[in-house]
Write a protein that binds this ligand. Structure first.
Ligand code: FAD
Length: 317
């Protein structure tokens, strides 16, 4: 079987999980696609993912209420072994990148990391990922009775539910180690905005917004008006105008919203690779020769301080 470890948050299956389902389906293997849901009080998550896979394994335990790499790796390795999985897909989130090497070691399996494409050729899996600070795309192959792969978020299209009736769910027993690390406090970043990875609209700003204040005045204002997430270029993250969590591009996040609005962004290849799969791209730049216009569906040549307030005023009407 192909085993997908379901990523979920706030009672919902995360977009990264639907992307892993696509990665699994595109392999075209006969093996059933199985989702493994780990956590506590996760019935709704199991029911949600059951609409897209062949079977669902559920480990609904109080001990799994809190993510812990030791427990996650023990649980996933155990289920992969018992189910004789041939491929194990783990999200390329911070936690996925943390526990996947532990799983690979427990299974004595090869690990394909931060995968952006995945193909099966008989028993061999061929994947691509970025390397050397994303300057190089590397092609890698792995063979073995079981291969572990982490899937870079935002690359594969999210899968849609299938028409058939939902997959059967099975409760699994786990032999978990005693937790050795406790989470004693959590401070969440306060933001009323949708997350960059999940957003249908992203408004991003670059150096052309002029300053950190300009970003708030133009990019955040437009994002709030549209109910969008905000993104940034590396240039302004490096300048300290915005946090790294908002960086879009090869060394930041990959997004593919329905609408991407690029304000004062030149369109360097490293930025484009993080957003060029967006359905509609709108660019605002005063330089008509800026590379961003080569991939934009709609381009407005002009000055940010003039154009964005005019757009905001129109939207408010
Ligand atoms: C290894 C590596 C990895 C990288 N990873 C990333 C990454 O993940 N993400 C990323 O974004 N970059 C990344 N970069 C950096 C990238 O090469 C560019 O330097 C960066 O994207 C440029 O950001 P920018 O568009 O904000 O700035 P600039 O290139 O300076 O562009 C600013 C644009 O604003 C326009 N402008 C200026 N004033 C106005 C105005 N008043 N009104 C309208 N338009 C105006 C200008 O015409 C210009 O086109 C990486 C680079 C390297 C080497």
């Amino acid at each position: 079987m192909i085993l997908i470890v379901v990523e979920h948050a706030n009672g919902k299956v995360s977009k990264s999980t639907w992307e892993m389902v696509t990665a699994a389906r595109e392999l075209g293997r006969e093996a059933p696609i199985t989702a493994l849901v780990l956590g506590s009080a996760i019935a709704s998550i199991a029911a949600e993912i059951a609409t897209a896979v062949d079977q669902v394994l559920v480990a609904d335990l109080p001990a799994l209420a809190q993510y812990d790499p030791e427990l996650w790796s023990a649980a996933v390795a155990q289920i992969a072994t018992e189910g004789e999985a041939s491929l194990l897909l783990i999200g390329g989130s911070r936690s996925g990148r943390e526990y996947s090497p532990r799983v690979a070691i427990k299974l004595d399996a090869p690990l394909l990391e931060d995968v952006i494409s995945l193909k099966a050729n008989g028993d061999t899996l061929t994947a691509q990922h970025y390397t050397y600070l994303a300057r190089v795309t590397e092609t890698i192959e792995a063979t073995g009775p079981i291969v572990v792969a982490t899937i870079k978020p935002g690359i594969f299209n999210p899968a849609t539910p299938r028409a058939e009736s939902p997959a059967e769910q099975f409760d699994v027993d786990l032999n978990l180690p005693a937790p050795r690390v406790q989470v004693t406090g959590k401070t969440a970043e306060r933001s009323s905005r949708v997350s960059l990875a999940e957003a249908e609209i992203v408004v991003s700003g670059g150096r052309g917004v002029g300053s950190a204040e300009g970003f708030t005045q133009y990019v955040e204002a437009l994002a709030d008006q549209l109910g969008a997430a905000v993104g940034a270029t590396r240039a302004i993250v490096d300048a300290g105008w915005r946090p790294y969590s908002e960086q879009v591009g090869q060394t930041g996040k990959t997004v593919q919203p329905k609408l991407y609005i690029a304000i004062g962004i030149s369109g360097a290849v490293q930025h484009l690779s993080g957003m060029n799969k967006s359905k509609i791209i709108v660019a605002i730049n005063r330089d008509a020769e800026a590379p961003i216009f080569k991939i934009a569906d709609y381009g407005i040549v002009g000055d940010v301080p003039q154009l964005v307030p005019a757009i905001l005023a129109e939207l408010k009407k």
